[in-house]
Design a protein. Structure first.
Length: 103
């Protein structure tokens, strides 16, 4: 059984027991959260698709920890002009474990 769910503006394919990294969520570590924007649920070949979301379906999850991603370097340069700049970015993430999917 799996579901397509929207979490923090991104869509994820999740099943029970999965651990995913998503954009930083509001909530403390070890707190339970639920997502009600479920777009699709597949239960052993029986597929239900929402228009755009399924009514009454939700995904229960638990926040495991908050962390930051690896640094991404953004380098800009214009040749022969002496212009170059280097910026770094680290995205704030949350690690989430999927506990249950209800239809």
């Amino acid at each position: 059984m799996y579901a397509i769910v929207e979490i923090a503006g991104q869509q994820f394919k999740v099943s029970k027991g999965d651990e995913i990294f998503c954009n930083r969520l509001n909530g403390d570590v070890d707190s339970a959260i639920s997502f009600d924007k479920v777009l699709l649920i597949d239960n052993d070949g029986n597929t239900r698709v929402g228009t755009p979301v399924l009514e009454g379906a939700k995904v229960d999850a638990k926040i495991i920890k908050h962390l930051r991603a690896d640094k991404v370097l953004v380098f800009k340069k214009k040749r022969r002009k002496g212009y170059q700049t280097l910026n770094g970015h680290r995205q704030d993430l949350s690690k989430v474990r999927i506990e249950n999917i209800t239809e």
